[in-house]
Write a protein that binds this ligand. Structure first.
Ligand SMILES: C[S@@+](CC[C@H](N)C(=O)[O-])C[C@H]1O[C@@H](n2cnc3c(N)ncnc32)[C@H](O)[C@@H]1O
Length: 201
């Protein structure tokens, strides 16, 4: 199944808190974003229906972009935000096919890169990351950790430590921090995530 068809079907079939990755408030991401020394511009890759954008708007972020392969996911966020949705740039695209037309100071991805299990798709993601950021940019990528689940939403994932993720991204990206998180799904099970913070050299 096409990536967009898979994710649109998921978002159309399930409500917000029927998906394993749901967070009422993305506290870990917010803390890592706050620790980055920039509030200039942020793109949330595979932001889906996450409430991260709501919180960043509340905090006064003025240049926010959310990209996702699923238009159904982005429509859900827009409906939740109401008029405030007009203050966000929304991009429907597959990250592995996206050609960025500008750069951002902060790149955030929770649980998207880990779905790319093919080398060519990972390379395409890294090329997009390189085109969409300048030297000095902060990159926050959360994936399932080495002891995390092997699948998400029925799809296989590639699991990482902060170090193996940094090695995969290559020499342009320097690991500056990391954090482990036990995510609790809406039905109470635990999933082991790792968050890596990198600076573009
Ligand atoms: C596990 S969900 C995480 C959503 C959100 N980041 C969060 O933390 O709530 C993965 C998201 O990535 C999106 N996605 C999956 N593959 C993608 C791709 N190749 N390009 C862009 N978005 C993708 C899905 O539509 C979905 O919204």
């Amino acid at each position: 199944m096409e990536t967009s068809a898979h994710w649109n079907a998921v978002y159309r079939a399930k409500s917000e808190d029927e998906v394993s990755w749901f967070q009422p408030s993305p506290e870990r991401s917010l803390a890592l974003i706050a620790a980055a020394d920039t509030t200039d511009s942020l793109i949330d890759i595979g932001g889906g229906a996450s409430r991260l954008v709501d919180r960043l708007l509340q905090q006064g972020y003025g240049d926010l972009t959310v990209l996702d392969v699923s238009d159904a996911a982005l429509e859900r966020s827009k409906a939740r935000l109401g008029a405030a949705a007009d203050r966000v740039t929304w991009i429907v695209s597959d990250i592995t096919r996206w050609k960025p037309e500008r750069t951002w100071r902060l790149w955030h991805d929770r649980a998207v890169f880990h779905f790319l299990t093919e080398t060519a798709a990972q390379d395409a993601y890294i090329a997009a990351l390189e085109h969409a950021t300048d030297p000095g940019a902060t990159i926050i990528i959360a994936t399932f950790a080495l002891d995390g689940p092997e699948k998400c939403s029925g799809l296989p994932v590639q699991r990482y430590s902060a170090e193996t993720l940094a090695a995969r991204l290559g020499p342009n990206f320097h690991l500056t921090g990391h954090a482990a998180e036990k995510h609790r799904t809406p039905w109470g099970s635990e999933q082991s995530f790792q968050y890596a913070v990198l600076r573009r050299g």
